[in-house]
Design a protein around this ligand. Structure first.
Ligand SMILES: Cc1ncc(COP(=O)(O)O)c(C=O)c1O
Length: 370
């Protein structure tokens, strides 16, 4: 019998995933999507792991979202993917070639936000005698890719429906700007406006004779807000499987709900109120804390301590005067500021349950940025 806690058993730095918390997060989002009659299409960029994708599927996910074709290729190899929205513009001959190959393996839908993006896709797909499903990406305020809602989206849709080889299925947006709001009320208001812009645009296109089947939104902070707007058909949260310190902002999620933590070891105690841990920027990333928080992660056992600085392999942690400070060799667990890039730096996740190490899962799509 192995009674050793995973905290003492595993080598560090490593990522531990609490299976019960992971399942709870997956189940909660699936139950919500079902209760609203929404298709749930989780973004895979957060975990990049076949085993977690399978859990999401078992809980009712209709398919998945990816940003990069490399993620689709890696996860398709595991057999877990059958229906994927590539929520990213596919530009350039090498990528279009890979996209065509993937069409034989996975049902794909691709985002387009301009004629310049859509036309080469149309040409390549039509030349190959294939058909490609597309959605128009709408910028509802994030200020990233996407065409403006309303008339600009209609103008683009009118062009896209004429393009050989392309089949326009609907609209998508990533309302990630809602997560930058100062308060929960403001976040909900931004999310509601994004949802309304999507539905209004979908109805404008429909009135113009363009059938719109999918109205897809996606963001963890706004997941329960944007989808209150009638007419949204699909949600694509990603971070919700684990959550992270950014999720604490609007009060719904606290450290007790976060399923992934960085397990690290204190390797030096050079000053009374300072500890050095073996997780630096190559583990925690330099993603800044969300507004209202300090440092490069949240220390579960020492919530008043701050990870003030990171070198590549060192984290410098400061503790308030007079407060307990861990000793060399102690293990600490950290909730990262932003979990997605942290996972992308690791080959495996260490799955734990009731304090015991269970198994490892390979992060098969890590590093797939092409
Ligand atoms: C296009 C798209 N959809 C969905 C998501 C998921 O959002 P979140 O990370 O808040 O879960 C993202 C996140 O970056 C995204 O870019």
């Amino acid at each position: 019998m192995n009674a050793l806690s995973y905290r003492d058993q595993l080598d560090t730095p490593c990522l531990v995933v609490d299976l019960d918390l992971l399942r709870r997060n997956i189940e909660e989002m699936s139950t919500y999507a079902r209760s609203r009659g929404l298709a749930l299409r989780p973004h895979l960029k957060t975990h990049k792991t076949a085993e977690i994708a399978a859990l999401q599927q078992q809980a009712g996910a209709v398919g998945f979202t990816c940003a990069k074709l490399g993620e689709v290729e890696a996860l398709a190899d595991t057999g877990v993917l059958d229906d994927v929205l590539v929520a990213y513009q596919i530009v350039g001959a090498p990528k279009i070639g890979r996209l065509l190959s993937l069409l034989d393996r996975v049902r794909l839908t691709v985002a387009v936000d301009s004629i310049a993006v859509a036309e080469p896709l149309s040409q390549a797909v039509a030349t190959a005698g294939r058909q490609l499903d597309v959605v128009i990406e709408i910028d509802t305020g994030l200020g990233r890719a996407g065409v403006a809602p309303g008339e600009p989206a209609l103008r683009l849709a009118r062009e896209v429906v004429q393009m050989p080889g392309l089949r326009l299925r609907g609209l998508m947006t990533h309302e990630g700007h809602a997560g930058r709001a100062a308060t929960r009320e403001e976040m909900e208001e931004i999310a509601r406006r994004a949802g309304e812009a999507m539905v209004t645009t979908a109805n404008l296109l429909r009135r113009s004779g363009i059938p719109i089947e999918v109205v897809s939104v996606g963001s963890t902070p706004a997941a329960f807000a944007t989808t209150q707007v009638e007419g949204i058909t699909e949600m694509r949260p990603g971070t919700y499987v684990f959550y992270d310190a950014a999720a604490f902002r609007f009060g719904r999620i606290g450290p007790d709900r976060v399923a992934l933590r960085v397990l690290t070891t204190v390797i030096s105690r050079p000053a009374p109120n300072r500890a050095i841990i073996d997780a630096g920027s190559k583990t925690l990333t330099t993603d800044p804390p969300p507004p209202g928080r300090n440092g490069f992660g949240y220390l579960i056992d020492y919530p008043d301590a701050t990870i003030v600085r990171l070198n590549e392999e060192h984290g410098i942690v400061e503790f308030p005067p007079g407060s307990p400070v861990p000793a060399v060799g102690d293990r600490l667990e950290i909730i990262p500021n932003h979990v997605c890039p942290v996972v992308n730096l690791q080959d495996e996740l260490f799955v734990v349950q009731h304090g015991q190490f269970l198994t490892t899962w390979r992060v098969v799509a890590r590093g797939k940025v092409r």
